[in-house]
Design a protein around this ligand. Structure first.
Ligand code: FES
Length: 152
């Protein structure tokens, strides 16, 4: 079973819980943690299921519901906000025809907001899955989305 292989890449230690949850979420084409994933982590790390659920629901990078192949997180912290991240969100909402927190009907994109991504020097910034993009404009966002649509 593929999920067991994912688990076995990590030692069954409590401090590996975030890495394990990340790896399981990444292994799911719909970018989320299923109930079975949480149970697997609970049993693998010998931790109460309630603790694993509390960790998975505390961090915004984890989702317990299906998301798109590409998760777009636009930074909304003050430096990015001042540099125009709101216009990026508007452009994305318009291009993808979804609101923040929603996934496109084709399952390709989920739009989310994020706090500082740690790259304020290139504000406004966003992440697509693990990749960070900075110095963005609505025009550059349009081009990025077109590139991602071609990659699918
Ligand atoms: S405020 Fe946006 S990356 Fe830091």
């Amino acid at each position: 079973m593929e999920k067991i292989r994912v688990l076995k890449r990590f030692e069954p230690k409590r401090e590996n819980i975030l890495s394990l949850l990340h790896a399981l979420q990444r292994s799911n084409p719909q970018n989320y943690l299923e109930e079975d994933d949480l149970k697997l982590v609970s049993s693998y790390l010998s931790l109460p299921l309630s603790f694993v659920i509390s960790v998975a629901t505390f961090y915004s990078m984890f989702s317990l519901k299906p998301r798109g192949k590409y998760i777009i997180r636009v930074c909304e912290s003050p430096p990015c906000h001042l540099m125009g991240s709101g216009s990026l969100v508007d452009a994305l909402k318009d291009l993808l025809r979804i609101e923040v927190g929603q996934t496109t009907p084709d399952g390709l994109f989920t739009l989310e907001l994020s706090s500082c991504l740690g790259v304020c020097g290139v504000a406004p910034a966003l992440m697509v899955n693990e990749e960070v993009y900075g110095n963005l404009t609505p025009e550059k966002v349009r081009s990025l989305i077109n590139d991602l649509r071609r990659e699918k």
